[in-house]
Design a protein around this ligand. Sequence first.
Ligand SMILES: *[C@@H]1O[C@H](CO)[C@@H](O)[C@H](O)[C@H]1NC(C)=O
Ligand SMILES: *[C@@H]1O[C@H](CO)[C@@H](O)[C@H](O)[C@H]1NC(C)=O
Length: 193
Amino acid sequence: MARTLTEVLIFLLLSFILLPITLATARPNTFSRNLSPKKLGLKREKLSHLHFYFHDTVSGKNPTAVPVAQAATTNKSSTSFGQVVMIDDPLTVKPEVSSKQVGRAQGIYASASQSEVSFLMVLNLFFTEGKYNGSTLSILGRNSIFSGIREMPIVGGSGLFRFARGYTQAKTYTVNLKTNDAVVEYNVYVFHY
Ligand SMILES: *[C@@H]1O[C@H](CO)[C@@H](O)[C@H](O)[C@H]1NC(C)=O
Ligand SMILES: *[C@@H]1O[C@H](CO)[C@@H](O)[C@H](O)[C@H]1NC(C)=O
């Protein structure tokens, strides 16, 4: 009993000595810390303009845009409301699909309006050329496809586009109203490091 009491006293004594040391060294939030941008290799923020053509091919043997879901209603909506399309569309420097490819637009567009044909766009622009090879930009926006110029936010990026933010303007270059195949001109304005 006496021995146990001694042990308890020693323990308490040690605790009082060690406690302030522990408090001084432990961080209140061990999962976060402040960091200087330089430590991540971030220098001056730049503004870049990218220009390319987006080829959305729905028809033919090798479509790059494939419907994957639609609304389960008997009456077909005039705006295809509820339809979801998965794409892997080539991005080229000129309007011709045979011109030099600089990347792909990979993701989903979904008909999100009951009053006009307007898509929710959730895409990654995956670049495969030059210094941007392997880098991506993410688009999350609204695309009312029969409007002249549609603006969509660039919400982020990877690789050389880390910390990206900006917008893109999309303008239909050609559209075949029978097949719905379209070529769309994209102008992207983006801040990144
Ligand atoms: C479906 O379409 C028909 C004909 O246009 C219309 O009379 C009917 O009310 C519609 N049904 C629904 C559930 O919208
Ligand atoms: C882009 O990067 C990939 C993977 O590192 C490589 O295989 C490919 O050759 C590169 N393309 C160009 C055009 O540099």
